[in-house]
Design a protein around this ligand. Structure first.
Ligand code: ADP
Ligand code: ZN
Length: 737
């Protein structure tokens, strides 16, 4: 020991003691330096376990700046070990840096999106196996003997397996490890997924499909970044066409990421994939177990998993060699993350494809305005699939003018809609009533004093949920029993539900169609994802006559027997002064109507509206998609709205309204002056109060080509710090502006 303390001992203090930077998944400005112990090889991209304070955590070896600050390696803590998972590649590192830069977030927070697939453990658990040593315990118990007997054969078993085989609790195994009777070994990971076969069942494509597929395949073969928009009505065979690009990517030995807005509920998609490729793709979303996610994470990093179908978080998986990204239903709101790192997964997917040299296709029957503009300007290559595969027509949309032919007060199904439903169900078809409102009634009102029951900590009305017998806040989850008297004037039995939710619509439909089999489909369904999947299956199998659903039904489900759709309140989303209202309404109603008549049956769709002359309704009814886009794009251009300008929203929130507003004003006052940017506000944010936090919003607007992120970074660097409960969130490209 004395020897190693001498300065010239080469083994402990080499003159070139190696120092690396490690980015930690934390909100800190930059990577920290660590010493690399002798005998350890680490390279940029490696995932390593490092000490931080009293904790240990995972980090990623990060590129060092060109001129790193000089540090004394002796003062640095050492990396504990390399974590056994394949390293992040250069494109992934560049992607993390890019997003951090663009969203004005510390890179560690973006790294966290990549590493947080196993939050319960903090880090991905390795599979630990145990094996018997020659040492025998001094303390013997029956349980211990059982374990020893089970492992007598000398083979390695997973820890949990050893306990199970011996019929003892895992703590017994742990005790034997501590006493040196068992030794641990890191097991190789279980296989993450089977390999899809690109030639399993190759379909015959229609000419338009074949043309689209050929362009995608050529791009995959070229192994270079190229963005596409696959644009075709629901049922036109977009999926079948892009499967050919997936097949080519598999043949090239590269990986595919398929992003979907509601992957947990689109099990039918996985089956379809399996019919084409022989096996299901690896599934990635919050309903997948942490253990399974850990396995997929490793398989993606090693390259063993070739196709992932996932929610937006899958964008942060460390693919070894990503060759193709598909963003299904690219217009969907679910791609926008609005807490933590604010990002739009569709836009970031395009960035990632560029960095990876990959092909990307955005897929939609109703592209976002942003994407449509990109396609019109030739930035994205449009692949059009104009007709439905089965030859059926996209359903005609017929307006029902609620001013002239509405239902009686307190009812929501117009007589004409009821007649159509009647004949549809009698003919053996399914009908869908669409109402984007969960619960029984969106508002509870006192008949005596006019009081409306509000959430105590949000600026939203409480929604009655009759099945659960309570009022709920859809913002924060607050719930209370339905009171017997008005909380304001204490008049008994004066509270009345106002307006319909799906539960109330169900009640009405049940009265109108006592013989029919009804099913409500909303995210409130008791039993969670499993139950929803079962109900979706029942609908597919024709076990339901009338479906009453929220927007959940608009997303990619395939109901073969669905013959008609009735939209109860087509105007819901319009008229809030939200600049995206028209776009959202058009997309949603087009998607919902598109659920009808996908197969042999011709579909019909009815829109109950008070505004049949509204341009959105007119475009839907006329089936004139271009008219809608032409008009909407012109409005955006004229008003300097995205994509013709860019916005950044700063949301200042705090428990004290005055303090939050004052901080927002102070931020506005210190915004760097340039004639390129206009700072608007502060004003109350669209949701002015959430969970007891008052929210104010500043909007910065600039021309498209301006470096808005750089501007905001400089702004924040010179801004007063948010203290106490105050918080500032930065949202580049906000959804509302
Ligand atoms: P989209 O993705 O545009 O909604 P899909 O790809 O789901 O359309 O196709 C609609 C239906 O037509 C699906 O049931 C699909 O299996 C079928 N289909 C599409 N193209 C083909 C093809 N070339 N051969 C056989 N069936 C096809
Ligand atoms: Zn609330």
């Amino acid at each position: 020991l004395a020897m190693v303390t001498t300065a010239d001992s080469p083994s402990l203090f080499p003159s070139s003691a190696r120092v690396v930077d490690v980015l930690l998944p934390l909100a800190i400005g930059s990577a920290y330096s660590y010493r690399v112990p002798d005998g350890m090889e680490v390279a940029v991209g490696d995932i390593v376990v490092v000490p931080l304070g009293t904790r240990t955590m995972l980090g990623c070896v990060w590129p060092r700046p060109a001129e790193p600050k000089p540090v004394d390696p002796a003062k640095l803590k050492a990396i504990q070990r390399r974590y056994d998972v394949a390293p992040l590649n250069a494109a992934m590192i560049a992607f993390i840096e890019w997003i951090a830069d663009y969203t004005v977030t510390p890179p560690g927070m973006v790294l966290r999106l990549a590493l947080r697939h196993d939050e319960s453990a903090g880090i991905t658990r390795e599979r630990i196996g145990v094996r018997l040593t020659d040492h025998r315990p001094e303390r013997r118990t029956k349980a211990r003997d059982k374990v020893i007997a089970a492992l007598e054969d000398g083979f390695v078993r997973a820890k949990s397996e050893a306990a199970r085989e011996a019929g003892v609790s895992p703590s017994v195994v742990d005790g034997l490890i501590d006493d040196g009777v068992l030794e641990t070994v890191v097991l190789p990971p279980e296989p993450a997924a089977e390999t899809p076969d690109p030639d399993h069942a190759v379909p015959e494509l229609l000419p338009a499909q074949a043309h689209a597929a050929a362009q995608l395949v050529a791009s995959v073969k070229a192994r270079a970044f190229q963005p596409f928009l696959i644009d075709g009505v629901t049922g036109s065979g977009k999926t079948e066409a892009y499967f050919e690009a997936v097949a080519e990517t598999i043949r090239q030995g590269r990986q595919t990421l398929i992003l979907m807005p509601e992957i947990a509920l689109t099990q039918a998609f996985l089956d379809r994939f399996a019919r084409r490729f022989g096996v299901r793709p690896a599934e990635w979303h919050s309903a997948v177990s942490t253990k399974r996610r850990g396995r997929i994470f490793r398989g993606v990093a090693s390259g063993e998993v070739s196709v992932v179908a996932g929610a937006r978080s899958a964008l942060f998986l460390p693919f070894r060699d990503l060759g193709l990204i598909l963003v299904d239903e690219e217009h969907d709101n679910a791609y926008k993350q609005e807490d933590g790192v604010h990002y739009h997964a569709r836009d970031m997917a395009v960035v990632r494809a560029r960095l990876e040299g990959a092909t990307i296709a955005l897929v939609s029957a109703t592209p976002s305005i942003e994407t449509e503009v990109n396609a019109r300007r030739g930035r994205y290559t449009r692949l059009a699939l104009p007709e439905r595969f089965a030859g059926t027509k996209v359903p005609r949309l017929e307006p029902i003018d609620l001013r002239r032919e509405g239902p009686p007060r307190g009812q929501w199904i117009a007589p004409r809609l009821a007649r159509e439903m009647q004949s549809t169900v009698e003919a053996g078809g399914q009908a869908l009533l669409f109402l984007n409102r969960r619960g029984y009634a969106p508002l509870t009102l006192c008949r005596a004093c006019g009081h409306r029951i509000k959430c105590p900590s949000c600026s939203s009305w409480l929604v009655e949920h009759r099945f659960r017998r309570r009022l709920e806040c859809h913002q924060c989850g607050y719930a209370m029993p339905v009171p017997n008297e008005c909380p304001n004037c204490h008049e008994p039995n004066a509270l009345i539900p106002c307006g319909p939710g799906v539960e109330r619509l169900h009640e009405e439909a049940a009265k109108l169609f006592p013989q029919a089999r009804l099913q409500v489909l909303s995210s409130d369904l008791a039993g969670g994802v499993e139950r929803l999947r079962a109900e979706l299956k029942a609908i597919e199998d024709g076990e339901v006559d009338i479906i009453i659903g929220t927007q959940l039904v608009a997303k990619g489900h395939n109901f073969p027997g669905l013959a008609m759709v009735g939209v109860i309140d087509a105007d819901v989303g319009l008229g809030h002064g939200d600049p995206r209202a028209a776009e959202r309404t058009f997309q949603l109603l087009h998607q919902v109507a598109g659920r009808a008549g996908r197969h042999e049956v011709e579909g019909r769709a009815f829109l109950q509206t008070y505004m049949p002359e509204h341009p959105v309704m007119q475009a839907l009814v006329a089936g004139d998609r271009d008219a809608f886009y032409d008009r909407e794009i012109a409005i955006r251009e004229e008003a300097h709205l995205p994509p013709f300008a860019r916005f950044c929203a700063l949301i200042v929130s705090g428990t004290d309204s005055h303090a939050a507003q004052a901080h927002a004003r102070a931020l506005a006052a210190c915004s760097p002056f340039t004639d390129k940017v206009r700072v608007l506000g502060p004003a109350e944010a669209p949701l002015a109060l959430i969970r007891g936090r008052h929210r104010f919003r500043l909007l910065a607007r600039c021309e498209r080509s301006f470096d808005l992120s750089g501007y905001v970074r400089a702004w924040m660097a010179g801004a007063p710090r948010a203290t106490g409960s105050l918080k500032v969130e930065i949202d580049i490209d906000p959804q509302s502006f």
